[in-house]
Each structure stands twice: as C-alpha cells, then as structure tokens.
Design a protein around this ligand. Structure first.
Ligand SMILES: Nc1ncnc2c1ncn2[C@@H]1O[C@H](COP(=O)(O)OP(=O)(O)OP(=O)(O)O)[C@@H](O)[C@H]1O
Ligand SMILES: [Mg+2]
Length: 373
C-alpha cells in the first residue's frame, strides 16, 4: 500500500545572506491513491522539486502534513518513509559495476546476501540489464545508466517511487523510449509513483492524473483528458496542449438582439456570434471582460453546417507537419493558430476563411482567469 496524502503543505526557504526568505510551496493539498501514477508538472521554479523533496524527507517542511499509508511521516527520516527516489542526475558510483551499484543501498541496510542477490537479479531482469551486470557505468549508454538508477530504486521495494525529471539528461529519442519503459514498469509493479517534469507531453502520456502547479500553488488536478478538455483556468488552458490554445481577449455584448463576442482591439476586432451552450455561459457575463479559448484543432478549413462560424483571416506562416498543417492566421488583434488536416500548402499573405467550432470553445473570466461554466 502506498497512498500519499498532503495537507496544507508549506515551504518557506529562510533568508540567507542577501536573499530574502522565499515562499516556494503555498499550502497545497493533494491526495494520491495507492498505485496511482501522479505527475507534478509546471514551469521552472513552481515548486515541483521542493514538493517531491518534502515527501522524500530531504527537505524540512514549514507547515502542513504529509502522510504515507495514512500515517504522518513529518518527523520520519527519509530511509524510514518507505520511498525511493530517482533523480535527474543519477550519480552512479563509477568504480562499482552495475550489480554493486544496485546492491549498495541494500548492503548498507545490512540486507542478507541471498536477499540482495534475489532483489538485484529481479530488478535487472525487469529492466533488461541481466547481461551487463558486471559492467561499470562508464561503459553504458545514457538510457542504460538511467535504468540502473531506476533499478537502485526498485531493489528497495518502496511503497512509493519519487522521480524528479529522470529523463531530462537523455536525448529526445531515448526520452521517448524510457518514458514508455517507466509506464510499463508502473503497470507491472503497480506501485504508487510521483513523477516530476516540466514537459507537458511527458505529463500527458504518463500520468493517471496530473497536478499542474504554478508559483507554489496547485492550479488543477485531473486525468489528462479532463485537463485538456476542461481546464479550470487560463493557466492550465495555455500550459497543456501544443500548439497552445488560442486565447482571444474581449467582451460579451448584445448586438441587434444577439449575443456576440467582440475582441478588444483598436481596429479589425474579431466578432463572433454566440449560440447554444456557449451563449448561455456568455449571457451571465454580458458586458464583462472575458477570454474566448479555442484549441487549434477546433478551427477547420471548411464549413461543417450550422456547427461552425466563419472567420476571415490572412496566413502569416504555415508549418507542414505531414498529416496536418499548423497555420498561423492574422485575424483581429492577434494571431490564431489552426491545425488543419490537409496537405495543402498555404501561401504567406493568402486570404482565407476558416471555420470555428464554437461548441468546443472555452470562456474564461478575464479578471479571475477562472473558467466560466
Ligand atoms: N535552497 C533554496 N533556498 C532558497 N530558495 C530555493 C531553494 N531551493 C529552491 N528555491 C526556490 O524555490 C522555488 C521552487 O524551486 P523548485 O526547485 O521546487 O522548482 P521546480 O518547480 O522544481 O523547478 P525546475 O523545473 O526548474 O526544476 C524556486 O523559485 C527556487 O528558486
Ligand atoms: Mg525541479
């Protein structure tokens, strides 16, 4: 069992020399189920590593409670918490071979020899390292070294694995293959894993649930698709998804009896009539400043009946991706990106009409930045 419960967790790094005190984690609450793969994601400096290190016991907490398996671990030493951590910088011992590297922690804990043998061989088998156990780290690829670092964690048979950006030292291809290896490892071991990354693709592909952080606070916790389709706020809406969600700032108005969204712009404002559920949400915010959000794939190059709304635009740039084309369109005050399923080439400066699937649009309060439901 390895549930993790975090309540009102705070971290204030004390002032040191010329640096003032810094409030890195601001009263977060998070419940992680036994066996869950939870990803902590957010921009650099948002407090991911600090949170993970507090769970590990490597960093003192300034307030709140951390429980593992329903018992508070606030005052327990790292080695007594039933966790194992894998770092970005996996620092293997260069003079030891792989077997010794993986066995080292167990030997320190005076684990009986046969037990060490069994656990290291098991881990090596799971990670496909059996054939090279007598090699030294210098004779390994980056991916193999990373696997040894994971192996060192596995042999401890922890209740919870903690990963802090374990793949960021690897090249792009290796990262993709290690990503799926860690996912497979999770489905095999079924042990709770908490995985820190700033890479939203890693978060989306690996997490059972994702916790999005910003400035020491949690912005939303949800499974990947909920996060993608129902972002709670502007931050999550713009952080998850690539190319990012288009966000148009403006106001809801009533013109000739119809509700419309009018972009805030000196001239050429985007003007879209609103209908259906979107209009209902907009109506409650008549006259308010709002942000209209539309993902690039909710903009088409042809009309789909009454479900789409035409918009005139001019091509600024197009990126042919193979199966689809990302087209950057100058419209109204800014640029809107459309992901079009076509191999057609678009000329820079070309005028065209695109079609917005407004039923898929999001509406946010411009001041609070929260979604309008
Ligand atoms: N020992 C420290 N003393 C003072 N401030 C610190 C200390 N460690 C971290 N911080 C600050 O706390 C904030 C959170 O740091 P943290 O390492 O948790 O960020 P992160 O989300 O892991 O970022 P990254 O993606 O860059 O690793 C940052 O602003 C950082 O500068
Ligand atoms: Mg970090």
């Amino acid at each position: 069992m390895g549930s993790v419960s975090i309540q009102s967790l705070d971290k204030i790094y004390p002032a040191a020399g010329k640096n003032p005190a810094f409030h890195a984690v601001k009263g977060i609450d998070l419940e992680i189920q036994d066996g869950e793969f939870m990803v902590l994601v957010g921009p650099s400096g948002c407090g991911k590593s600090t949170t993970l290190r507090m769970i590990a016991g490597l960093e003192d907490i300034s307030g709140g409670t951390i429980s593992i398996d329903r018992s508070t671990v606030n005052d327990l030493l790292p080695k007594d918490r039933g966790i194992a951590m894998v770092f970005q910088n996996y620092a293997l011992y260069p003079h030891m071979n792989l077997f010794e590297n993986m066995a080292f922690g167990l030997k320190l804990a005076r684990t009986p020899k046969e037990e060490v043998m069994r656990r290291v061989t098991d881990a090596a088998r799971i990670l496909g390292l059996e054939q090279i156990l007598d090699r030294k780290p210098a004779a390994l690829s980056g991916g193999q070294r990373q696997r040894v670092a994971v192996g060192r964690a596995i042999v401890r048979d922890p209740k919870v694995f903690l990963f802090d950006e374990p793949l960021s030292n690897l090249d792009a291809k290796m990262r993709v293959s290690m990503r799926s290896e860690i996912s497979k490892l999770h489905s095999r071991l079924k042990t709770t894993m908490i995985y820190v990354t700033h890479d939203q693709v890693e978060a989306m592909t690996m997490g059972d649930r994702i916790c999005v952080m910003k400035d020491g606070r949690i912005m939303q916790v949800a499974d990947p698709l909920t996060l993608y389709h129902q972002p709670e706020n502007l931050f999550v809406a713009s952080f998850i998804g690539s190319p990012p969600m288009n966000l148009l700032r403006g106001r809801v108005e009533r013109r000739e009896g119809r509700l419309v969204f009018v972009e805030a712009a000196e001239s050429d404002a985007v003007f879209v009539p609103l209908a259906g559920a979107l209009a209902q949400r907009a109506e409650k915010n008549l006259g308010h400043e709002v942000v209209l959000g539309l993902r690039p794939e909710a903009i088409y190059d042809e009309a789909r009946g009454a479900d789409t709304t035409p918009l005139r635009a001019r091509v600024e740039l197009s990126e042919l991706m193979g199966s689809e084309t990302n087209v950057y369109l100058k419209t109204g005050a800014g640029t809107v990106i459309a992901r079009l399923h076509t191999e057609r080439r678009f000329a820079v400066g070309e005028e065209l009409v695109v079609y917005l699937a407004l039923a898929k649009a999001h509406l946010f309060d411009a001041k609070t930045e929260r979604v309008i439901r």
